[in-house]
Design a protein around this ligand. Structure first.
Ligand code: PRT
Ligand code: ZN
Length: 286
């Protein structure tokens, strides 16, 4: 029987849609019926398990699944013997300490002798230990943000993205203890044939991620401006230059990174580039 790599992803929650989308962008197709526990890809040796995110690290450690996608927060909190293979760039959030907004905050020392409510007791206690703060930690599994209001804790440690949950519960963020995003984790003892499939998958994931951060750019320029324009463009190696039908004009093709994009476009314009076209890149193999 053909070996398959088994990946565990969140069944339903904040990471589900992006995890499915990532696999799809990698060209992997499978039947994702509602309430399914398992699916087999048609065109890649991959089996997909749909699980609760909290269970994924354990399944990967036990080798029930070979790899998994979870928040880095879950990976660190569960502290299983598994490895972080890649950061995936979605599901971004932060694990922060927050206190009632009317309370004054000066430094971490304020938390000495105080009570925390959190679903992340391991990450929090490591953080407090590292900073030599002695506090009590009350582990609760949900609705952590209501703990100060009902007198269960002086402070909370919880995930934040927009901050609106803290705000509506009368809390303010004092300290970020972890910046988190979805990560790909793997079993520590993958067999060779599974590693080969994992490497194929990683190759595709990287191509998709690189492409997302990059745009393809085409522009026209008079030949006497080409040298200057090429020096502005980073390109993968160097830009492609093609002559236009109009004499002394050329078309220049290159790729630019999203974060440098506007700066580069402005420079190109002031240096004589015209008819600039910017296109998304679907995949990028270097
Ligand atoms: O059912 P299952 O156990 O699988 O799911 P879950 O309910 O435990 O997890 P889920 O789906 O809520 O989150 C999965 C992962 O998404 C987390 O482990 C994080 O890595 C990531 N993530 C990203 C977040 C958030 N953003 C986030 N905002 N997880 C939770 N939140 C919470 C936050 O704590 C707050 O209560 O969402 C609420 C809204 O956030 P604000 O700040 O935008 O108001
Ligand atoms: Zn969960």
């Amino acid at each position: 029987m053909e070996t398959k790599l088994r990946i565990a992803i969140q069944k339903s929650g904040r990471l589900s849609e992006s995890s499915l989308k990532l696999l799809k962008e990698c060209g992997i197709e499978f039947d994702n019926g509602l309430n399914k526990l398992k699916a087999e890809a048609f065109n890649f040796p991959l089996e997909v398990f749909f699980l609760r995110d909290d269970d994924i690290p354990q399944y990967v450690e036990d080798g029930v699944a070979d790899i998994g996608i979870v928040g880095e927060n879950v990976f660190l909190e569960k502290n299983k013997k598994i490895q972080l293979v890649d950061k995936l760039g979605f599901g971004k959030c932060r694990l922060s300490i927050a206190i009632p907004k009317e309370k004054k905050y000066t430094s971490l020392k304020d938390f000495d002798g105080k009570r925390f409510a959190t679903s992340y007791p391991n990450i929090l206690s490591n953080y407090l230990k590292k900073n030599k703060i002695k506090a009590e930690i009350q582990e609760i599994s949900g609705s952590v943000e209501i703990a100060p209001g009902i007198g269960l804790a002086d402070a909370i440690c919880d995930l934040v993205s927009s901050g609106s949950t803290l705000f509506t519960n009368g809390l303010k963020e004092t300290t970020i203890i972890l910046n988190s995003e979805a990560v790909l984790v793997a079993n520590n003892n993958l067999k060779r044939d599974r590693k080969i499939i994992l490497n194929k998958l990683l190759f595709r994931i990287n191509a998709v991620r690189k492409a997302k951060n990059t745009k393809y750019i085409l522009l026209n320029a008079p030949n006497n401006k080409l040298q200057k324009i090429c020096s502005i463009l980073p390109g993968m190696k160097s830009p492609t230059i093609l002559p236009l039908a109009e004499k002394n004009w050329s078309s220049v093709h290159s790729v630019v990174e999203e974060n440098q994009f506007w700066e580069i476009i402005e420079k190109l314009k002031t240096n004589g580039a015209q008819g600039i076209l910017v296109l998304p890149i679907e995949k990028m193999i270097l």
